[in-house]
Write a protein of this length. Structure first.
Length: 250
Protein backbone atom coordinates (compact mmCIF):
# COMPACT_ATOMS: atom_id res chain seq x y z
CA UNK A 1 0.00 0.00 0.00
CA UNK A 2 1.02 3.63 -0.51
CA UNK A 3 2.69 5.52 2.32
CA UNK A 4 0.71 8.62 3.36
CA UNK A 5 2.26 11.98 4.23
CA UNK A 6 1.47 13.89 7.42
CA UNK A 7 -0.98 16.39 5.94
CA UNK A 8 -4.06 15.12 4.11
CA UNK A 9 -4.34 16.13 0.46
CA UNK A 10 -8.15 16.22 0.62
CA UNK A 11 -10.17 17.11 3.71
CA UNK A 12 -13.93 17.40 4.21
CA UNK A 13 -15.40 18.87 7.39
CA UNK A 14 -19.13 18.75 8.17
CA UNK A 15 -20.17 18.87 4.51
CA UNK A 16 -23.90 19.29 3.95
CA UNK A 17 -25.86 19.31 0.71
CA UNK A 18 -29.58 19.33 -0.03
CA UNK A 19 -31.49 19.08 -3.29
CA UNK A 20 -34.83 20.72 -2.65
CA UNK A 21 -36.19 19.19 0.55
CA UNK A 22 -33.93 16.14 0.34
CA UNK A 23 -30.81 16.34 2.51
CA UNK A 24 -28.31 14.19 0.60
CA UNK A 25 -25.22 14.88 2.72
CA UNK A 26 -25.74 15.40 6.44
CA UNK A 27 -22.38 16.40 7.85
CA UNK A 28 -19.75 14.32 6.02
CA UNK A 29 -16.18 14.53 7.35
CA UNK A 30 -13.14 12.58 6.20
CA UNK A 31 -9.63 13.07 4.87
CA UNK A 32 -7.52 11.46 2.16
CA UNK A 33 -3.73 11.29 2.39
CA UNK A 34 -1.52 12.11 -0.58
CA UNK A 35 -0.77 8.91 -2.49
CA UNK A 36 -3.51 6.85 -0.86
CA UNK A 37 -6.49 5.01 -2.32
CA UNK A 38 -9.90 5.46 -0.72
CA UNK A 39 -13.08 3.61 -1.69
CA UNK A 40 -16.57 4.84 -0.82
CA UNK A 41 -19.28 2.18 -0.78
CA UNK A 42 -22.92 2.14 0.22
CA UNK A 43 -26.49 1.67 -1.00
CA UNK A 44 -27.91 3.64 -3.90
CA UNK A 45 -28.90 7.16 -2.91
CA UNK A 46 -26.58 7.32 0.10
CA UNK A 47 -24.70 10.38 -1.21
CA UNK A 48 -21.58 8.71 -2.62
CA UNK A 49 -21.53 10.40 -6.03
CA UNK A 50 -22.55 13.74 -4.52
CA UNK A 51 -19.43 13.62 -2.32
CA UNK A 52 -17.23 13.32 -5.42
CA UNK A 53 -19.06 16.11 -7.25
CA UNK A 54 -18.63 18.39 -4.24
CA UNK A 55 -14.89 17.67 -4.02
CA UNK A 56 -14.56 18.51 -7.73
CA UNK A 57 -16.55 21.73 -7.40
CA UNK A 58 -19.29 20.49 -9.74
CA UNK A 59 -21.85 20.69 -6.92
CA UNK A 60 -21.79 23.57 -4.46
CA UNK A 61 -22.14 22.60 -0.82
CA UNK A 62 -24.63 24.14 1.61
CA UNK A 63 -22.44 23.90 4.69
CA UNK A 64 -19.07 22.75 5.95
CA UNK A 65 -15.76 22.96 4.13
CA UNK A 66 -13.72 21.08 1.54
CA UNK A 67 -9.98 21.57 1.12
CA UNK A 68 -7.85 20.15 -1.68
CA UNK A 69 -4.21 20.93 -0.91
CA UNK A 70 -4.41 24.70 -0.22
CA UNK A 71 -7.65 25.28 -2.15
CA UNK A 72 -10.86 25.99 -0.22
CA UNK A 73 -13.31 24.45 -2.70
CA UNK A 74 -16.46 25.97 -1.18
CA UNK A 75 -15.07 29.47 -1.86
CA UNK A 76 -14.80 28.95 -5.64
CA UNK A 77 -17.70 30.57 -7.47
CA UNK A 78 -16.69 31.19 -11.10
CA UNK A 79 -15.21 29.06 -13.86
CA UNK A 80 -12.01 31.10 -13.65
CA UNK A 81 -11.73 30.49 -9.90
CA UNK A 82 -12.20 26.76 -10.53
CA UNK A 83 -9.20 26.49 -12.89
CA UNK A 84 -6.63 25.89 -10.08
CA UNK A 85 -8.87 23.08 -8.79
CA UNK A 86 -8.90 21.52 -12.28
CA UNK A 87 -5.11 21.32 -11.99
CA UNK A 88 -5.46 19.34 -8.77
CA UNK A 89 -8.58 17.19 -9.26
CA UNK A 90 -9.84 15.19 -12.25
CA UNK A 91 -12.98 13.08 -12.39
CA UNK A 92 -13.96 10.00 -14.38
CA UNK A 93 -17.70 9.42 -14.74
CA UNK A 94 -19.84 6.33 -15.18
CA UNK A 95 -21.01 7.39 -18.64
CA UNK A 96 -17.57 8.37 -20.07
CA UNK A 97 -18.71 11.89 -21.13
CA UNK A 98 -16.45 11.86 -24.19
CA UNK A 99 -17.07 14.29 -27.04
CA UNK A 100 -18.56 12.03 -29.76
CA UNK A 101 -17.51 14.21 -32.71
CA UNK A 102 -13.90 14.52 -31.55
CA UNK A 103 -11.23 11.90 -32.06
CA UNK A 104 -9.66 10.09 -29.12
CA UNK A 105 -6.58 12.31 -29.36
CA UNK A 106 -8.70 15.47 -29.49
CA UNK A 107 -10.66 14.33 -26.43
CA UNK A 108 -7.39 14.09 -24.50
CA UNK A 109 -5.85 17.37 -25.64
CA UNK A 110 -8.78 19.82 -25.54
CA UNK A 111 -8.93 20.60 -21.82
CA UNK A 112 -5.17 20.95 -21.14
CA UNK A 113 -4.88 23.33 -24.12
CA UNK A 114 -8.14 25.28 -23.75
CA UNK A 115 -8.63 25.26 -19.96
CA UNK A 116 -5.05 25.16 -18.68
CA UNK A 117 -3.47 26.99 -21.63
CA UNK A 118 -0.68 24.45 -22.10
CA UNK A 119 1.58 24.09 -25.14
CA UNK A 120 -0.27 22.02 -27.81
CA UNK A 121 2.83 20.09 -28.89
CA UNK A 122 3.65 19.09 -25.32
CA UNK A 123 0.04 18.13 -24.61
CA UNK A 124 -0.12 15.99 -27.75
CA UNK A 125 3.08 14.18 -26.82
CA UNK A 126 1.70 13.52 -23.35
CA UNK A 127 -1.58 12.28 -24.80
CA UNK A 128 0.20 9.68 -26.93
CA UNK A 129 2.07 8.45 -23.85
CA UNK A 130 -1.15 8.25 -21.84
CA UNK A 131 -2.90 6.24 -24.54
CA UNK A 132 -0.03 3.78 -24.37
CA UNK A 133 -0.43 3.70 -20.60
CA UNK A 134 -4.11 2.69 -20.88
CA UNK A 135 -3.26 0.22 -23.66
CA UNK A 136 -4.91 2.10 -26.50
CA UNK A 137 -2.00 2.90 -28.80
CA UNK A 138 -3.29 3.07 -32.38
CA UNK A 139 -6.71 4.47 -31.41
CA UNK A 140 -5.67 8.14 -31.62
CA UNK A 141 -7.77 8.85 -34.73
CA UNK A 142 -10.78 6.76 -33.73
CA UNK A 143 -14.05 8.32 -32.59
CA UNK A 144 -15.71 7.25 -29.32
CA UNK A 145 -18.54 5.54 -31.19
CA UNK A 146 -16.01 3.20 -32.82
CA UNK A 147 -14.76 1.96 -29.44
CA UNK A 148 -16.12 -0.56 -26.97
CA UNK A 149 -17.42 0.65 -23.62
CA UNK A 150 -14.27 -0.51 -21.89
CA UNK A 151 -12.10 1.30 -24.41
CA UNK A 152 -14.16 4.50 -24.04
CA UNK A 153 -13.77 4.35 -20.27
CA UNK A 154 -10.00 3.92 -20.61
CA UNK A 155 -9.96 6.99 -22.90
CA UNK A 156 -11.86 8.85 -20.18
CA UNK A 157 -9.21 7.84 -17.63
CA UNK A 158 -6.43 8.96 -19.99
CA UNK A 159 -8.26 12.27 -20.50
CA UNK A 160 -8.38 12.77 -16.72
CA UNK A 161 -4.66 12.01 -16.47
CA UNK A 162 -3.93 14.50 -19.26
CA UNK A 163 -4.73 17.28 -16.79
CA UNK A 164 -1.86 16.01 -14.59
CA UNK A 165 -4.01 16.03 -11.44
CA UNK A 166 -2.88 15.14 -7.94
CA UNK A 167 -6.10 13.24 -7.24
CA UNK A 168 -8.55 11.40 -9.48
CA UNK A 169 -12.17 10.76 -8.57
CA UNK A 170 -13.78 7.64 -10.05
CA UNK A 171 -17.58 7.56 -9.97
CA UNK A 172 -18.84 3.98 -10.52
CA UNK A 173 -16.68 3.79 -13.63
CA UNK A 174 -17.45 0.12 -14.31
CA UNK A 175 -21.20 0.22 -13.66
CA UNK A 176 -22.18 0.65 -17.33
CA UNK A 177 -19.74 -1.96 -18.66
CA UNK A 178 -20.24 -5.56 -19.71
CA UNK A 179 -18.51 -7.95 -17.29
CA UNK A 180 -15.67 -8.80 -19.66
CA UNK A 181 -14.80 -5.10 -19.99
CA UNK A 182 -14.72 -4.44 -16.25
CA UNK A 183 -11.35 -6.12 -15.68
CA UNK A 184 -9.54 -4.03 -18.31
CA UNK A 185 -10.71 -0.78 -16.70
CA UNK A 186 -9.97 -1.98 -13.17
CA UNK A 187 -6.51 -3.02 -14.38
CA UNK A 188 -5.73 0.56 -15.40
CA UNK A 189 -6.95 1.89 -12.03
CA UNK A 190 -4.91 -0.76 -10.23
CA UNK A 191 -1.79 0.41 -12.10
CA UNK A 192 -2.45 4.04 -11.11
CA UNK A 193 -2.91 3.06 -7.47
CA UNK A 194 0.34 1.12 -7.46
CA UNK A 195 2.15 4.10 -8.99
CA UNK A 196 1.05 6.33 -6.09
CA UNK A 197 -1.78 8.32 -7.68
CA UNK A 198 -4.22 9.57 -5.06
CA UNK A 199 -7.56 7.95 -5.93
CA UNK A 200 -11.05 8.30 -4.47
CA UNK A 201 -13.40 5.66 -5.87
CA UNK A 202 -17.13 5.24 -5.55
CA UNK A 203 -17.53 1.61 -6.48
CA UNK A 204 -19.70 -1.47 -6.18
CA UNK A 205 -16.73 -3.73 -6.99
CA UNK A 206 -16.17 -4.94 -3.43
CA UNK A 207 -13.35 -7.37 -4.13
CA UNK A 208 -11.49 -4.68 -6.05
CA UNK A 209 -11.98 -2.25 -3.16
CA UNK A 210 -10.65 -4.86 -0.76
CA UNK A 211 -7.58 -5.31 -2.97
CA UNK A 212 -6.55 -1.72 -3.75
CA UNK A 213 -7.95 0.52 -1.00
CA UNK A 214 -5.94 1.84 1.90
CA UNK A 215 -9.21 2.86 3.58
CA UNK A 216 -12.88 2.23 2.91
CA UNK A 217 -15.87 4.41 3.88
CA UNK A 218 -19.45 3.14 4.14
CA UNK A 219 -22.15 5.77 3.60
CA UNK A 220 -25.84 5.45 4.41
CA UNK A 221 -28.50 8.17 4.32
CA UNK A 222 -25.98 10.96 3.85
CA UNK A 223 -23.55 10.13 6.64
CA UNK A 224 -20.41 8.02 6.96
CA UNK A 225 -21.46 5.11 9.12
CA UNK A 226 -18.17 3.25 9.33
CA UNK A 227 -14.62 3.52 8.02
CA UNK A 228 -11.43 1.57 8.34
CA UNK A 229 -8.51 -0.17 6.66
CA UNK A 230 -9.65 -2.43 3.82
CA UNK A 231 -8.26 -5.61 5.35
CA UNK A 232 -10.38 -5.33 8.51
CA UNK A 233 -13.30 -3.32 7.09
CA UNK A 234 -14.70 -6.21 5.07
CA UNK A 235 -13.79 -9.01 7.47
CA UNK A 236 -14.82 -7.42 10.77
CA UNK A 237 -17.66 -4.92 10.16
CA UNK A 238 -19.01 -3.40 13.36
CA UNK A 239 -22.15 -1.46 12.40
CA UNK A 240 -25.19 -3.64 11.68
CA UNK A 241 -26.04 -1.53 8.61
CA UNK A 242 -22.63 -2.32 7.12
CA UNK A 243 -22.93 -6.00 8.03
CA UNK A 244 -26.33 -6.15 6.30
CA UNK A 245 -24.99 -4.35 3.21
CA UNK A 246 -21.97 -6.62 2.88
CA UNK A 247 -24.15 -9.72 3.31
CA UNK A 248 -26.08 -8.60 0.24
CA UNK A 249 -23.19 -7.66 -2.03
CA UNK A 250 -20.39 -10.09 -1.17
Amino acid sequence: MNQPTNRPLVELQGVRKSFGNVEVLRGVSFSVDDGSVVCIIGPSGSGKSTILRCINGLTRIDGGSIRVDDIAVESLKTDRELVPLRHEVAMVFQQYNLFPHRTVLQNLTMAPIQVLGENPAEVTERAHALLAKVRLTGKESAYPGQLSGGQQQRVAIARALAMRPRVILFDEVTAALDPEMVSEVLGVIRDLAQEGMTCILVTHEMRFAQEVADRVFFTDKGVIVEEGPADTFFKQPRDPRLKDFLDKVL
